[in-house]
Ligand binder design. Structure first.
Ligand SMILES: *Cc1c(COP(=O)(O)O)cnc(C)c1O
Length: 456
């Protein structure tokens, strides 16, 4: 059979509220043209993020009932710890309420003024936590990863020569660790190869620098390695994931991604002394080390989710449904980052709206248009999210202006995806009528969440 069906059936449904184009125009205006400020009820297909939006399985819901809510030494913690340890091979497993809490703890301990932290590409919360500590976040993405229309198997790879050169130049005490994001969320959801992880391990080891994974989408990355990297076709996804983790000294994880839950995360470390400090900070900011900002039931659901996310029928469907949307868009001439990533389609807003320059936020214009056209919510990943102001107050733009259509896990069916394709293609047909935006209000950090816009 050619059709890859959803490897689940649906036991519980949530209604979608239908709206008209006129209603959506008004809703968007009230939300100051920022999709983050739209009420979720007013969204028909929500592709804002794949974070915390997964549908849990019946077994995970059973785990929710079964969770042990003891303050200290909960059985659910030990099940969670075992699941994470078996997957990662890392020693100290510290639960937190979400990924950025792990980042906050880690970079409070190892960051600070004068420190520089290299990565393939830091995710926005990672960058924010590094910068908040006073340190500098440095992206060293491979050249091919910077070209949205150049196809390559592992566009998330870190530039190993640049990493080596960086570590030769920097004093060792200024670089507390190197971080590799799998898959590379801000760079198009592109995977990192095993060869690159091994190479990064060798380079960092040579310089005596610990290597960490931002492991949010480890299972999707592992599946791409299985599909694309020679020598891995006959290895199981779990084995591949274990090999990925075998090259690192620690990881941060948002369980809201590849643990198929709505809330949770962890920090995992081999360094015992650092783990002691991390747990001390955890007690101040999150909670006791056997729950860390989560309920016992959340820990149960994470442990179960980590087992389900590496199942190959799930990953085949997952990766294929994203690729299916990409094929439909490409055949209609819509510019996207190629090849499509694991969790999302990234529209290339520079190509989509060549008449809107970066300082007029073309990605924001496309995201707003998709909402009005069909009630589809997406997010700008470009000058709104990553723009900085230079000395003269002029905008310094990132290399790409993207709009992300993130696909929640196990939530939408093929007909929902078909509908999304129609909406994007229709918006693309009207692209010459779209205009840019200016920002009328913004926060000093992570401004994309709350900024208010006015159309130009
Ligand atoms: C989501 C995400 C984070 C932050 O996790 P939260 O759970 O949202 O705090 C960090 N890194 C990457 C790559 C992510 O995708």
């Amino acid at each position: 059979m050619k059709t890859i069906i959803e490897p689940f059936k649906i036991k519980s449904v949530e209604p979608i509220r239908f709206t008209t184009i006129a209603e959506r125009r008004e809703i968007l205006q009230k939300a100051h043209h920022n999709p983050f400020l739209i009420h979720a009820e007013d969204v028909m297909i929500d592709l804002l993020t794949d974070s915390g939006t997964s549908a849990m399985s019946a077994r995970q819901w059973a785990g929710i009932m079964d969770g042990d809510e003891s303050y200290a030494g909960s059985r659910s913690y030990y099940r969670f710890e075992k699941a994470v340890r078996e997957l990662t091979g890392l020693t100290h497993i510290i639960p937190v309420h979400q990924g950025r809490a792990a980042e906050k703890i880690l970079f409070t301990l190892v960051g600070g003024k004068g420190k520089r932290i290299p990565s393939n590409t830091h995710f926005d919360t990672t960058r924010a936590n590094i910068e908040y500590s006073g340190a500098e976040a440095v992206d060293l993405l491979n050249e091919v990863g910077k070209h949205p229309h150049q196809r390559a198997d592992f566009k998330g790879d870190i530039d190993l020569a640049a990493l080596d050169a960086f570590l030769v130049k920097e004093r060792r005490e200024h670089v507390p660790l190197c971080m590799i994001t799998v898959t590379n969320n801000s760079g198009g959801g592109q995977p990192v190869s095993m060869a690159n992880l091994r190479g990064a391990r060798d380079v960092t080891k040579k310089h005596g620098i610990p290597l960490f994974l931002d492991a949010c989408r480890f299972a999707e990355n592992a599946y791409f390695i299985k599909l694309r990297e020679p020598g891995y076709a006959n290895r199981s996804v779990v084995e591949i994931a274990r090999e990925m983790f075998s090259y690192v000294d620690g990881c941060t994880m948002s369980a809201k991604k590849d643990a198929l839950v709505n809330m949770g995360g962890f920090l995992a470390l081999n360094d015992g002394a650092l783990a002691v400090q991390a747990r001390n900070l955890l007690i101040v900011t999150e909670g006791f080390p056997t729950y860390g900002g989560l309920a016992g039931r959340d820990l149960e659901a994470i442990a179960q989710g980590l087992e389900e996310v590496v199942q190959e029928d799930y990953l085949r469907y997952r990766i294929r449904s994203v690729e299916y949307l990409a094929e439909k868009l490409l055949s209609a001439g819509v510019p996207i980052v190629e090849p499509p990533g694991g969790h999302a389609i990234y529209l290339d807003a520079k190509d989509f709206l060549p008449h809107v320059p970066p300082h007029e936020y073309p990605g924001q214009a496309v995201a707003c248009a998709l909402y009005v056209e069909g009630g589809v919510r997406s997010v700008e990943i470009g000058s709104v999210m990553f723009g900085k102001y230079g000395a003269g107050g002029s905008l310094i733009s990132p290399p790409m202006e993207l709009v992300r259509l993130a696909i929640p896990r196990r939530v939408y069916t093929q007909s929902h995806i078909d509908y999304v394709a129609e909406v994007v293609i229709e918006a693309h047909r009207h692209r010459m009528e779209m205009r840019g935006f200016r920002i009328v209000e913004e926060a000093p950090m992570l401004r994309h969440f709350t900024a208010k816009f006015a159309p130009l």
